[in-house]
Write a protein that binds this ligand. Sequence first.
Ligand code: HCA
Ligand code: CU
Length: 375
Amino acid sequence: MSLHNRFALIDSTLREGEQFATAHFSSAQRIAIAEALDAFGIEYLELTSPAASPQSARDLETIARRGLRARVLTHTRCHLDDARLAVEHGAQGVNLLFATSDQLRHASHGLDLDTILERAEIVIAYLRRHGVAVRFSCEDTFRTDPSQMLRIYRAVEGMGVQRVGLADTVGIASPREVQARVALVRAALHCEIEFHGHNDTGCAVANAFCAWEAGATHIDVTVLGIGERNGISSLGGMIARLSAVDPALTAHYDLAALPAIDHMVAAMVDIAIPFDAPISSPFAFHHKAGMHTKAVLADPRSYEVLDPARFGRMRSVAVAHRLVGWHALAERARELGIVLSEPAARNAAAQIKALADHHDLNSTAVDEILYTYAE
Ligand code: HCA
Ligand code: CU
């Protein structure tokens, strides 16, 4: 595994995230999201194009001029009108995209590669004259012919972009394909490389991670992964993945703030935190079966690759069910200030298992049983 520490996260909750079915952020909400992510330590914020609506333009300006540590980017079509608006409203960088796959070119603009490059040159030159950082992305990169893709990226690098973007727009790429494409681009170019991956087949975080391993310097995420359809790589997922490789990779972020950010955005878009969300799921650090609880109580690393305390979370151990083990009950008893001998804990476990076969048990009922075994 080739590890490089140089990476930055681009949070696109205020662009890709706004494309999520139930997202309609008010200005105040946009500012709250930007500030929370900035305080978390996110390196970049990507905002909806100022060409999208008058309020989007005003909010871009408000957020770009707020003096955040995070660099404020906007995401626009490769049009001079959009680029002018981005400059006027204070964007520090512009993420440009152009559809380059056969599928999208035909369904969208119908232009050939030479025309795409002529247009890109005009917009990139304009943005550079105004001192704005530029990224150029081939929309639907993974269905774009690799040699055409390289031709475009080489050309835009020559035009002076800071960064090229690989976008798995339809979530079709596998981790190996991402690894191979990014490696191809890494070998051909010197500039920064961004990866943006959709989650249609559940590979978004894995793909983003492979992109990073292969040399991508910038990874797109959104809070909880919200975006078009079922979204893109989640901030929490990416943080979890990187933390599992080496906690030092994420030590510069305010990790304990992450669950609150997830909860805030979930409430704004009116969804629950997904049960499988890394870090923030109510169950992310919950242990149930007897074998698991015994080991995790003896050594948390047995069943936890992430330390919940780093993220302001606590481990929980379930006891009100028929898979319970006596170690978990002895631990629960200790929390209640009750001393249970091993035989007593084993008897309590047998009683609880028998009861739980027939009804739903709650933890109060379990605690009451434990008290009856107190010495
Ligand atoms: C879209 C565009 C995009 C752009 C990604 C990028 C995608 O909404 O379809 O600019 O890198 O997924 O291709 O989000
Ligand atoms: Cu996207």
